[in-house]
Design a protein around this ligand. Sequence first.
Ligand code: FM0
Length: 324
Amino acid sequence: MKATARAHTNIALIKYWGKRNESLILPTNSNLSVTLDGFSTETTVDFQEDLKADTFFLNKQVIEGDALRKVAVFLDKVRALSGKKIYAQVDSLNHVPTAAGFASSASGLAALAAASTKAIGLSLDNTELSRLARQGSGSACRSIYGGFVEWQMGEREDGLDSYAVQVADESHWDIRIAAVVLSKTMKKISSREGMRRTVETSPFYAGWIEQTSKDIQEIKQAIADKDFEKTGSIAEANCLRMHATTLGANPPFTYWQDTTMRVMQTVQDLREQGIPAYFTIDAGPNVKVMYLPEDENKVKSRLQVIEGVEDIIISKPGSGISYL
Ligand code: FM0
């Protein structure tokens, strides 16, 4: 009982930053991302009668500890859905053109959801798959779809109405996203821990929630209109507001490093010179820069000379899950 699926990672333009239910992974706000064609995970799940436990290989290396537990806990949900108590060997390959810490739980859990349900004989539609992937890692529910994707927070306690929908497919709008990889990264606070601490302790959190529900309505209109400056400026402001909440947490923290700020400054300089480019940053020091295809050379040449930048990986809007 074996199946293979591929999923691409995504970058949020309106961030998911906080849970209203930790065990079901239900968010405090609806959020929106672009699926990226430059980063993917390909996962084969093979359920075998003679296995005594799940095993997990990532890029051909045996994985144990927390990462294995995350996979096994997810497969428990798949077993419960199917009614079959059978363990699996999971083989994942991360196609990330660098070693610099860009592996993503979004593509990983989306590929795992697709491959494991198919392998065990369930046939879920994309809504069901998104809802299931969400319970592995919140941002994974968006990677079921390509293009521009909204995770609708839902209202129900049981999470049945909390899943992603496609806002526009990958052919809607040819924009580019450069992932700017920094050469040194410090010990990080996981997004899971960072968002928990922020929700519990940051006095700025209420302001974040209030503004984000407006941002998502506006950015959906801007994406429909292909209004790049509006889309970029809403995304950049939303990112800055999310990161501001972490400075208000107790104990306070930030994901930014010196190079993170140099990249942000360079993007703002590019705009002053008339080149529309905007940044966004997730729970780590690397920066993603959005721009239009005609500005690629100018943007790339400015980013790659920044001190502390190791690599630049360029994506277009990518596709949703596929079976191999
Ligand atoms: O992607 O605790 O999905 O909207 O990347 O596994 O549900 O790893 F910037 C932070 C992603 C959070 C914003 O959190 O958390 C976004 C973030 P989990 P995730």
